[in-house]
Design a protein around this ligand. Sequence first.
Ligand code: UD1
Length: 442
Amino acid sequence: MTKYIINGGRVLRGDVMISGSKNAVLPVLSATIINRGITTLTNCPDISDVRVTMDILENLGCKVRLTKNEFGNTIQVDATNVTSSTINADKACKCRSSVTFLGALTARLREANVAYPGGCTIGERPIDIHENALSDMGINTFRGDNFIKTQLPFTCRGEACTRNIYLKFPSVGATENSLMAAAGLADTVNIYGAATEPEIICLGNYLKELGAHIEGLGTGHIKVKGQLLYNKENVAFNIIPDRIEAATYLILAAGAGEKMKIHSTVAEHCKETVNVLKHMGCVFKEHKYTCGEQKLSVIELKEGAYKKRLNSPGIVVADAYPAFPTDAQSLLLPLLSVAEGETYVVDKIFPKRFNAAYELVKAGADIRRTAFGIKIRGKKSLKGCDLMSHDLRGGAAMVIAGVLANGQTCVFDDDFIKRGYDNMPGKLRALGASITECQNLS
Ligand code: UD1
């Protein structure tokens, strides 16, 4: 348990650098085992979900090394020898993305034995779409009390055919599993109803780098022509910036920033978050630049709540990309709680993801349940108090509330925030926030 003590009401100024994307690096780390060689990933965040995934890779037989670097860490995975197809519960339950090893292990070893995944408690998180997709590719899947198993029958290892799979919902994780499993088949696989998130494109680009033929990334129909064996000696790949971390600092800028610049973002990935904030009265300026082959942006806050109280955007609907992201929904709640007017918030991905909202009531927020989500009536300010973090983004939302509130806020966090944020307290302090971290509370 970590306690964050925040003295709120300070103005944020200066620059913040966005780290590599959590939700992109995790499936790419899983995918490194598909290739019998060494992958070097740059721009990796140093977060606990990454450390857990590195442990999983080591248990499977890989050699893994993280090198810290001020401008983004590097992870090297030597997957020349993958000796086990089993991921036990002690590791699998620590993060959601462990489920993507199902597709990756099946591609590499023709079988997987993965304990049920963990991750944030943000509503129901079944895996039926993953299982159906793998079955539709001809991969046998079995569900035990503790493990999900896959096995590629010998008939699928011979002559190539075309397989069509239909996802009943564009699940991010199921699309990732499908892409990885399909990359290990000689067949042509059409994935219909695929998710279009930037993290899917990132994973697809990594698989292309290995040698898989993939078309349609970023659309609802992805076509994969894989191969049974990948033998690329060295693969270098760069992870995209984290659009949810960017959303976190955009919201902080809107609520407490005067002059703030958010570096190393892909503006296109943050479009809907910026749109909502603009709708509330913020003004941002985008400065484009290139870094190697990447087109990046600095997003600069020109006007936010520091100048004039922000208005409610009326309604915010979290939905699949390119709509407003469900992961940023919790983050926005403290800002909506102090905006002028009423806001309705609906989450179409995780309809019950409102633990953060109910926690904010302790800080004085006026939030009520509605038939489809919640209704927030903006107050002039939030007050400092003790807040619990219930999940990763909910925890970050409590920190945002603390920064915006008057007085002292203590956020009690069961180390959710470290799962997804690289050095959040340090980045906030550099911007002028007063935040201290007391670790390992019993
Ligand atoms: C990923 C992200 C998470 C994000 C979410 C939605 C990672 C590690 N996590 O989670 O941060 O909030 O995408 O953008 O990348 N569903 C089913 N059956 C399934 C799978 C999903 O019914 O087999 C439902 C879920 O209950 C949920 C919706 O589909 O309501 C979306 O889930 P999904 O896109 O799969 O999210 P994750 O991949 O778990």
